[in-house]
Design a binder for this molecule. Structure first.
Ligand code: SF4
Length: 210
């Protein structure tokens, strides 16, 4: 795909949705970090249901750490993999209190050192909480990048690096949200809605569905 097409694609995303947001509910970087840890292999809807009950009771590293693993589980038990997530969230809160003065670190290295935080989670926090032009490639972004040929790649990391290189600079901050939303609601895994896709004429997918 050439540069002009990529620019046109992101111009259309931008016109349609000038301020794209994550669908996870949060009011500060700590709440976002915990929501992203909880969202691994789970839907944002299920995470929001849990955090709507949890955050009014505990929304600081100290408060969640004080709940302990067993105290946290009842709030998150409807989310997949809640046992291991409860362990990781408590360990992460402990590390934040003891090593980071209860603040959220703003570097990839420090974020990835937290239990339950991998490259994708660090990318989401750096982008969404701190405005850094990172690209958290999830299953939706991976699919859309490959189908459209915006940034084709065999691995998540390859797609991430290509997106960082090819997405026009002015769209880098928001690209991750536009691509997720496009994959979630239009470029669906089984049956993409090409007939109602705003970038259909620019997309280079060979098996478009009408
Ligand atoms: S035209 Fe179809 S395959 Fe291409 S981005 Fe749109 S929905 Fe996805």
């Amino acid at each position: 795909m050439n540069k002009e097409k990529r620019t046109l694609i992101f111009q259309r995303f931008s016109q349609e949705n000038p301020s794209p947001k994550t669908e996870l509910e949060y009011s500060n970087p700590f709440e976002l970090l915990i929501a992203v840890i909880l969202s691994a292999q789970a839907t944002d809807v299920s995470v929001n249901k849990a955090t709507r009950k949890l955050y009014p009771v505990a929304n600081t590293p100290e408060a969640i750490y004080a709940l302990g693993v067993e105290g946290l589980k009842p709030y998150i038990k409807t989310i997949g993999l809640f046992n291991s997530k409860a362990e990781n969230v408590i360990k992460t809160c402990k590390a934040l209190v003891e090593q980071h003065n209860s603040t959220i670190p703003e570097t990839r290295e420090a974020l990835e050192a937290l239990p339950g935080v991998g490259r994708k989670t660090a990318n989401v926090v750096l982008n969404t909480a701190f405005g850094q032009p990172t690209m958290a490639v999830d299953t939706h972004i991976f699919r859309v990048s490959n189908r459209t040929k915006i940034a084709p790649g065999k691995t998540v990391l390859e797609v991430e690096k290509k997106l960082l290189k090819f997405v026009p600079k002015e769209f880098l901050i928001d690209a991750h949200h536009w691509l997720i939303l496009h994959g979630r609601y239009t470029c669906l895994a089984r049956k993409p809605r090409c007939g109602s896709c705003i970038i259909e004429d620019l997309c280079e997918y060979k098996d478009k569905v009408e």
